[in-house]
Design a protein around this ligand. Sequence first.
Ligand code: ANZ
Ligand code: ZN
Length: 821
Amino acid sequence: QRGFDHGEIESRWQHEWADAGTFHIPDDADDPTYVLGMFPYTSGELHMGHVRNYTITDAYARYRKMRGEDVLHPIGWDSFGLPAENAAIERDTNPRDWTMQCIETMREQMRAMGFGYDWEREIATCEPEYFQWNQWLFTRLYEEGLVHREASEVNWCPSCETVLADEQVEGDAELCWRCDTPVETRELDQWFWGITEYADELADDIERLGGWPDNVRQMQENWIGRQPGARLEFDVGEARSASEDSSGDEPREYGPVEVFTTRIDTIYGATFFALAPGHPISEELAAENEEVRQFVEEEADPEGDEPKGVKTDLTATNPATGEEIPVFVADFVLSDVGTGALMGVPSHDDRDHAFASDQGVDIVPVVAPSPDDVPDVSEAAYTDDGVLVNSGDYSGTESAAAREELTRDIDSATDHVQYRLRDWGISRQRYWGTPIPVVNCDDCGPVMVPDEQLPVELPEFVQTTGNPLDEATEWKETTCPDCGGEATRETDTMDTFVDSSWYFLRYVSPDDDEAPFDVERANEWMPVDQYVGGIEHAVMHLLYSRFVTKAIADMELLEHREPFENLVTQGMVLADGEKMSKSKGNGVSPLAIVEEYGADTARLFTMQAARPERDFDWSETGVQSAYGFLQRLHETVEAFVESSPDGEADATADYVAREIDATVASAHESYEALTFTEALRETRDLVGLLRQYREHTDPDAETFERGLSVAVRLLAPVAPHVAEELWATLGHEEFVAEASFPEPAGDVSDAERERQLVENTREDVRNIVDVAGIEDPERVTIVVAPAWKHRALDIAVESDAPNVIGEIMGDEDLRSKGDEA
Ligand code: ANZ
Ligand code: ZN
């Protein structure tokens, strides 16, 4: 039977909080803490992933608030983007109306979850009040030389009819991240933001992100892909034999061709040279040579497992050995990496080895573990550093030293650091995004729209297969801000990752119409103390935000160079082991759960099911168990208040009191580390103990009340509505949301606290032995609560009665054994 009406309780407390402005945060905070969940994309409804993400964030924000800090905990809407455009077309409406409707719905659902947001700071990226600052940022970055336009090959999704960033192309099959259509390439004029200018700093500072998960840091590092090495040139020309055969003319010279290598120490083993199919020389050869043409146009497959290529009539001169080595056009050489050409060292590189074995190229070992232990490289490459062999004057030199010496000694060689990171292509040929604030003038070229003309708003939406901005003739035709002549507006809009690359700054002064954010306040609130979101943002969003933060810092608008101090990437909510999702039809609607069991139950279940970073399976029994616990706690508090017990402050009360202290101490640590599962387990155990205490005897009111007060407050961050209700029942006037979180007694160290607990427990054991008049303590069995497991072990080891055994079992067992004793 239901003990309380969760619907009534939840809506009542939500209104109380709103009326009292409980979560409103003043601009001038004394003790600022910034807790942020990645803002949701306005997809239409909250799903379980949202519930989990925002409950983690909310529970942590509430915890910090109860500890007396001023917690900035805002929410907003990531509301531009292709899905809204597609949804609008499907529903025969326009993206704005669709998006606004999504926001309404999702806002109501968030309120129903009881998230403690400062709603006065709500932002939506599709509003001109927000996106004008994207345009402002574009202009500032342009002035800093961090924006450029370039005709470049782009990933093109033929179904979405849009350009995709590299990060939006998924898997070896290169599918569109939204619609799974195979992606094609196209050549287009694109706007780029110069993230590569910050490649070094972005890579260096990963070390400082100690509060981030290792895997995210690793992914960022890989994405940046910093490789120190060297560039050097090989002379390439037609082999003598080839030219004599064909014409008798002088052999054709292609001049010096540059390569990038991370292993110049292996240059004496460079027995072939390879060009990317897109290299200018390959293209030239393809025009004259059918075999090369066929390879370049038809056979080359950069994704293939086996490296493939064709031998050309050219040779390259190895600048170290002076030898002429064969030149191939090969598909494992990528056009957009390094220089699009490489020196092949089959003896020390796996891919080169596979290629050379296939093509019958020489394989000469030039690096060895030691000079008299030259590896057999006929079957596999030796890829470690070592000592040079077969390398002329350099034989006997260690790899690292040889790299320095060879880079110095070879004329054309220079140190060069290569990155995998490319500049950030922000142009999108779609409607629902921030218009790029540029006017294209025949005479002046691209001209930035002056600040006072911002925002450049969107024209009316029209349905087309292409880019609606292109067809908005009236909107498009304008005058050049520089010369006043006829000109047209840029019709690209910005990647929505621009919106999210700085939104965390907007929350500090969301209504500012003079600047994107208030500099002074941003300096106080930033960096975000705790950021929470999905692992899918490990690269794009988190890297772009880091870049933009650094660029803004360099404009002297921010004193911080990293946006997010601590990061939790929450795991997925699964259903039968699969990601829960609407499209898979295995989703459980948060609304239905809130309806049936209440928001507190949904929150409690998701927090006790697993640590934030782990995946977990949705479980109806788990939901019911959370619900049952809230009911039991409710009953315990009500019954306590009604029956006003007046038992004695005896040894049992002391024991309960120590359990309360132990619970506080460990719950405290768990909240601090966001491991809510443990805090909640301790809290449940405490409530279980209180209920046993109550059944066992008439409890000491003071101890019992303290236990309840602790349990209610420990639960308050996760199940805030029930906690408010019970806190009021216990006679408190203030909100539990504003009550102080239970603090561990005294300023004792963990070790000291543990020592005292062990001592107290030993004392308990002696008392029991005494009271029961047991003659032979060595044969006593001690039954302890689960939370006492480790202490029981300590006692078993240290106790005067060495055979005391700690037996670990559940509550029910404990009671029956207790009775027997
Ligand atoms: C010679 C060499 C010897 C290399 C050796 C490596 C090991 P990784 O392999 O990730 O460290 N490279 C250069 N340009 C390339 C291109 N356009 N496409 C594909 N590969 C290219 O990346 C660095 C190495 O990638 C470079 O160092 C080069 O091969 C190859 F024992 O040069 B190395
Ligand atoms: Zn002009």
